[in-house]
Design a protein around this ligand. Sequence first.
Ligand code: GTP
Ligand code: MG
Length: 139
Amino acid sequence: TERTLILLKPDAVERALRGEILRRIEAKGYTIVALAQRTATAEELAAHYAEHEGKPFYAPLVEYMAASPLVAVVAEGERVIEGFRSLAGTTDPTTAAPGTIRGDLGRQWDAPVLQNLVHGSDSPESAAREIAIWFPELG
Ligand code: GTP
Ligand code: MG
């Protein structure tokens, strides 16, 4: 079995979509093994988004992620890394497939960065790295 790091981003919290998103994760059969709501620190976001440093959307991305509380989640299940990315849908909410979290619930806002409700680790290596950032006690 496998674990992944999911973030319900500030737009998901602000739009009161936590329950709807967690419902989809649980309905799929994944187990939520850790969950915490807090405002991300600059250090957590710098570590989490290190791969995007230097890209044009990096500064607005970090600003959006730090602006208000998010919910960090560790979910567990068979092939959950790939499975949650599939539940989430593709990055751009405008074109994400209907049936996915981003496709059903996301839309484009007049904002400097794509607000797409959720993050999910994209590989076992990313999952281990990201779980250690958000839940060091699980390391
Ligand atoms: P995450 O699950 O959040 O990592 O999404 P992802 O893997 O689908 O996207 P990626 O890791 O490539 O980018 C991280 C975040 O940066 C995205 O979720 C968006 O919020 C934002 N982002 C990515 N690409 C773009 C882009 O081309 N333009 C803008 N404005 N924002 C972007
Ligand atoms: Mg990513």
